[in-house]
Design a binder for this molecule. Structure first.
Ligand SMILES: [Zn+2]
Length: 331
């Protein structure tokens, strides 16, 4: 069938079912069988630090691709999440920022470490949908489309330093403790869901990177505990935020494509320009960008990345590659 395809862009209506373990949301594809979406992370700054500029470009790209929904990779509200369900930051950083018509779709969000510094239950509370019906945020859940299945994973509780060396920050671990039990259940639930999945595309979304050569770098806890499960269950992509940049890393030792989308605001922060990664990769950050991904159901997975390479500007690196694209080059 011509026209079938998945279109993903960096940057709904849901029918709720309950899977045995992780909650499953179903999102229908378009009538022609295609699906388009935008991914963004690390954004909520009441419009400052380029958040509004990125939003404007998202709106334009969203319209161009007629997106179906948005994925947020977390760190939704800076610096300390939401203080409660009535925190004006929800509207000031979300509703009043992403105002383009094309972005009036469902937003599927995970929590980032900054969100854990606030009232986590507030951010997860469905009462927020009365203020803005686009908002769906859960700790870990599944969005099932006809073509691809998205597995959202709560990664902050994996990271030791937030527990062992929280510095001056206070984290809201309500619902997470005891930690070991929480993490083992999450990994088990995810493993079962991945095993059961028959989707052509299995895409896992979390806040922290598994692999990154950005400011924060790899997350060892995820390499140790999450990555083996992803590799054993034919996951195609892992998408994260946390590092304020866009990255695409591939590896000779893993079939998974590692994508960072954390450029929703303050993307120039820190070690910008060229940095040598641990493994010798060259890494370039730009201060204003958006990332666009396009997938076609009809072409084999093997060729997807070649298609991407043609579509986007790529920096070829010795052991993987990183992709950056200034957002004004899209239009
Ligand atoms: Zn973060």
């Amino acid at each position: 069938m011509a026209g079938l395809g998945v279109w993903l862009a960096f940057i709904g209506v849901c029918f709720l079912n309950v899977s045995a373990l992780l909650q499953r949301l179903e999102h229908p594809v378009k009538a022609d069988g295609s699906l388009s979406l935008v991914v963004i992370g690390d954004w909520g700054r009441k419009g400052t630090y380029n958040q509004s500029e990125v939003s404007a470009q998202m709106g334009r790209v969203g319209a161009k691709l007629n997106i179906d929904f948005v994925i947020s990779t977390g760190d939704n509200f800076y610096d300390d999440g939401l203080s409660g369900v009535d925190d004006p930051a929800f509207e000031l950083s979300f509703s009043k920022i992403y105002t383009a018509k094309s972005l009036q779709k469902q937003w599927y969000s995970v929590l980032g470490n900054h969100d854990y510094r606030g009232d986590v239950e507030a951010q997860l509370n469905t009462i927020l949908q009365k203020i803005d019906p686009r908002w769906i945020c859960q700790r870990s859940f599944i969005v099932d489309t006809e073509i691809a299945e998205f597995f959202f994973v709560d990664t902050t509780p994996f990271v030791d330093k937030y527990f062992l060396k929280p510095k001056d920050h206070t984290y809201d671990w309500t619902g997470v403790l005891p930690r070991d039990k929480y993490l083992s259940k999450l990994l088990k639930d995810l493993e079962i869901a991945l095993k059961d999945s028959t989707a052509k595309w299995k895409i896992v979304v979390g806040h922290h990177p598994v692999r990154s050569i950005g400011h924060h770098g790899d997350t060892q806890e995820l390499i140790r505990h999450l990555l083996p499960i992803l590799e054993a269950n034919d996951v195609d992509m892992y998408i994260n935020g946390h590092d304020h940049c866009l990255e695409h890393i591939s590896s000779t030792s893993s079939q998974i494509q590692f994508l960072t989308s954390g450029g929703g605001s303050k993307a120039w922060k820190g070690d910008h320009l060229i940095k040598m990664g641990k493994m010798g990769q060259r890494f370039t950050m730009m201060d204003k960008y958006l990332q666009v991904w396009r997938f076609k159901k009809s072409i084999p997975k093997l060729f997807i990345m070649i298609f991407l390479a043609k579509f986007c500007k790529l920096l070829i690196c010795p052991r993987g590659y990183v992709m950056c694209m200034p957002y004004n080059s899209l239009i």
